[in-house]
Design a protein around this ligand. Structure first.
Ligand SMILES: [Zn+2]
Length: 152
């Protein structure tokens, strides 16, 4: 991979750090306040009150996925997104929105079906996809293309 650096925002002072990819598991520290920098390894559920901040603070690719327990496609999509986060540490963050319970976010983004995906890069909205991909591999390819797309 061409890019050997990962941007990690310090959770303490919010400074954006550039960390060598090979060092992210070796407790890199913030250049400003020395707090240990960590990258998320698993999707988390979006919180209504923190949603905009979570989106704008993430310096790389962020995928918001609207999922439902009763959706068969989500049972394929959810674990795949988890795998991609592990495969691309620091490059991908996934926020899950519970389609059945988080009415405010569902309404705000006019989501009608699951799974739906909203993609942001460095806090800027890039693209959305409503409804499932035909193949699991298509979803993986779509996300990985967005991760490597860097003209922002
Ligand atoms: Zn810091």
């Amino acid at each position: 991979m061409a890019n050997d650096f990962i941007k990690i925002r310090c959770t303490n002072c919010l400074v954006l750090n550039r960390v060598e990819a090979s060092r992210i598991d070796h407790e890199p520290r913030c250049g400003s306040c020395k707090t240990v920098l960590t990258v998320p390894r698993q999707p988390i559920f979006a919180r209504q009150d923190a949603f905009d901040r979570d989106v704008s603070y993430w310096p790389e690719t962020l995928v918001v996925t609207f999922t439902s327990n009763s959706c068969v496609f989500c049972r394929i999509s959810d674990p795949l997104l988890s795998e991609l986060m592990v495969k691309h540490p620091g490059k991908l963050k996934v926020l899950k929105v519970d389609f059945d319970h988080d009415a405010l976010l569902v309404e705000r983004f006019k989501v009608m079906k699951t799974p739906s995906y909203l993609v942001y890069k460095a806090g800027e909205f890039v693209i959305r996809m409503d409804g499932p991909f035909k193949e699991k591999s298509e979803l993986a390819k779509w996300i990985e293309n967005l991760i490597s797309y860097t003209s922002y």
